[in-house]
Design a protein around this ligand. Structure first.
Ligand code: A3P
Length: 291
């Protein structure tokens, strides 16, 4: 049985959200970005934590901070606001590091305007819809701060209808892809590429950021961000968040491409593909559901 604290979806500027992401809206809208801030933008469950850990290690290495502060303190979640517990804007304002790494799941049109005005770099990570859906399903099952997942079949329908926190996956990935045409300081990455060759994707990321790590530093980043290492790293695996019940599903669950095949029925897959074709018309944005 789901606990009663499970929130309802609310419509917020046309996007489904829950209160913990809208209640601090004035401070979010007025958030003052700095020119060297790096915004890590993703649809939820696309690999945010992975790329956050990569960026944190690239910039700051394996320092004391890295070993003692959980990822959500090193990389604040901008729109998250749980009174007297956590506030993304406050955490970001108080971050002692430079650059500041800041995470968001907002669709591009809701991002505070100072990020664009300050010409900040944005790292966007996208993940194929099928695996993203499966990961999101297990996340909503285990995280009491999210709406109840319901059964797989109803979650599957809700995902296609866009009735998810942060709105439809389809609009999110397309919106950020189009934004990149007019705002070139977006590095658009794919989870599947990172799985295929993490080192290659870190090289591309570094060239976007203007970083040149040594071979040794790069080895440390690749090693430190491997799935198995992050899964057992308490500062990266979210095991310190009480709202998450790892007995239902761990945060670092499988870390694979293609787990959707263990969830989608043949009929669901056909229905999904038909609907996908209608929603994803831009031939320049292609995802891989297997590698
Ligand atoms: P799964 O549920 O499919 O395992 P986010 O950080 O955006 O919430 O995304 C979480 C997803 O990224 C989870 O997917 C998680 O296992 C996966 N992930 C996290 N770290 C990873 C890593 N180092 N390598 C591969 N996948 C990783």
């Amino acid at each position: 049985m789901d606990a009663p604290i499970r929130p309802e979806l609310v419509d917020f500027h046309g996007i489904s959200m829950t209160k913990i992401f809208t209640e601090n809206w004035e401070n979010i809208q007025n958030f003052q970005a700095r020119p060297d801030d790096i915004l890590i933008a993703t649809y939820a469950k696309a690999g945010t934590t992975w790329v956050s850990q990569i960026l944190d290690l690239l910039y700051f290495g394996q320092t004391e901070r890295h070993k003692t502060l959980p990822i959500y303190e090193r990389v604040p979640f901008l729109e998250l606001h749980i009174p007297s517990y956590m506030s993304g804007t406050e955490q970001a304002d108080n971050l002692p590091t430079s650059p500041r790494l800041i995470k968001t799941h907002l669709p591009y049109q809701l991002v505070p305007k100072s990020f664009w005005e300050q010409n900040c770099r944005v790292v966007y990570v996208a993940r194929n819809a099928k695996d993203n859906m499966v990961s999101y399903y297990h996340f909503n099952r285990m995280n009491q701060g999210q709406p109840a997942a319901g059964d797989w079949n109803s979650f599957f329908q809700k995902f296609m209808e866009g009735k998810m926190v942060f709105g439809p996956w389809y609009d999110h990935v397309n919106g950020w892809w189009k934004k990149k045409q007019t705002y070139p300081k977006i590095h658009y990455m794919f989870y599947e590429d990172m799985i295929e060759d993490t080192g290659r994707e870190i090289d591309k990321l570094c060239s976007f950021l203007g970083l040149s790590p040594s071979a040794e530093e790069k080895r440390m980043v690749v090693g430190g961000t491997q799935f198995d290492n992050m899964k057992k790293n308490e500062m990266a695996n979210y095991s310190t968040i009480p709202m998450m019940d790892f007995k239902i599903s761990p945060f670092m669950r499988k870390g694979k491409v293609g787990d959707w095949k263990n969830h989608f029925t043949v009929a669901q897959n056909e229905e999904f593909d038909e609907d996908y074709k209608q929603k994803m018309k831009d031939p320049t944005l292609q995802f891989r559901t297997t590698i």
